[in-house]
Design a protein around this ligand. Structure first.
Ligand code: GLU
Length: 320
């Protein structure tokens, strides 16, 4: 009797293992710093995907990374399967422009766009900095290498005819280090291309007297006119302490992307996990509140849709 039971349970265990090992696959979603919103996207998507691991075999994880450019490079190298990226970074990566010159990622595919990101510039109140022009001569965090923030900052600097020599300090701190550097008076200004409200900016706004900086003027208008991936956005007054009025700035879209090397089935299942549970997804961060499936299948997308996402959207009738 005992022997039979043992045999049976072994057989069950073995067949379960075999079933899991055949279907099991890992999906790594590159995100950004832990005080940003990309990290919350990765966490939210993986949480939904991992609820279904028993049936899909897909295990999802969402490491903190350097941001958009880092995520795109990792997808190109096959080190990560998916990543959150700015729409302008996707545009240049797919076409081999700017920071991707000579490193065109033809296999780059879009899964969906998620929410707008604002180039969010914050200055210590005692600096008197009110607009982007006032940054000249100041101690500025220009963004860590590998971040999309850095490329947004560089695009604006180029338009202004500035180099890092135009700042008293051009720091390259990661998002998680920015707020304390600002509030310890080691920096005058920090910048972050991010969905709002973000943990990093909240921390700065709550820890010392600081205010959002307006990013507008002829150079910004030229960037908007020359590049379809940039849009004018407003950070509503009251989003952060110390900034009761609306702040105009430059914006992009945050996207989830992958590569055509990643199996369609994995991309389909990840897409399905998000949109089958869309209300739950939306509740996971205020930046996702205004996202709708209709906008997410079109807005800010400049590389082809991934086959797996396309299949899901067609089933839903969201695309033809
Ligand atoms: N857009 C930023 C970047 O690409 C990251 C924003 C975030 O982590 O939420 O570097």
């Amino acid at each position: 009797m005992r022997k039979t039971l043992l045999k049976t349970s072994l057989a069950v265990a073995c067949s379960a293992m075999a079933a899991t090992s055949i279907a099991e696959s890992f999906v790594t979603i590159g995100t950004g710093g832990q005080t940003g919103v990309y990290y919350v996207v990765g966490q939210s998507v993986c949480r939904l995907v991992n609820r279904d691991t028993a049936t899909t075999g897909i295990k999802c994880n969402n490491p903190s990374t350097g941001g958009s450019v880092d995520n795109l490079n990792a997808i190109a190298a096959g080190e990560r399967q998916m990543g959150t990226v700015q729409s302008d970074s996707e545009f240049r990566a797919y076409r081999g422009l700017g920071e991707f010159e000579g490193k065109k990622i033809e296999k780059l595919r879009t899964m969906f766009s998620i929410y707008p990101e604002a180039f969010t510039v914050v200055a210590r109140a005692d600096t008197g900095v009110k607009t982007f022009d006032d940054l000249k001569g100041k101690r500025v965090n220009i963004g860590n290498p590998g971040s999309g923030t850095r490329t947004t900052m560089e695009a604006l600097m180029k338009e202004k005819g500035w180099t890092t020599a135009d700042f008293a300090v051009a720091a390259e701190l990661k998002p998680a280090e920015m707020a304390s550097a600002l509030c310890d008076n080691n920096l005058d200004v920090i910048a972050y291309t991010v969905g709002n409200p973000s943990g990093a900016i909240k921390e700065a706004a709550a820890s010392c007297a600081s205010t959002l900086v307006t990013v507008s003027g002829p150079e910004v208008d030229k960037l908007l006119a020359d590049n379809s991936y940039f849009a004018k956005v407003t950070i509503p007054g009251g989003t952060y302490d110390g900034s009761p009025n609306d702040t105009d700035t430059l914006g992009v879209m945050a996207l989830l992307v992958t590569s055509s090397d990643v199996p369609d089935e994995a991309v389909y299942q990840v897409t399905k996990a998000v949109f089958d549970n869309f209300e739950r997804f939306q509740k996971l961060h205020p930046a996702f509140e205004n996202s709708t499936p209709e906008k997410m299948v079109t807005e800010g997308i400049s590389a082809p849709l991934a086959e797996g996402s396309k299949k899901y959207f067609m089933e839903k009738g969201w695309i033809k």
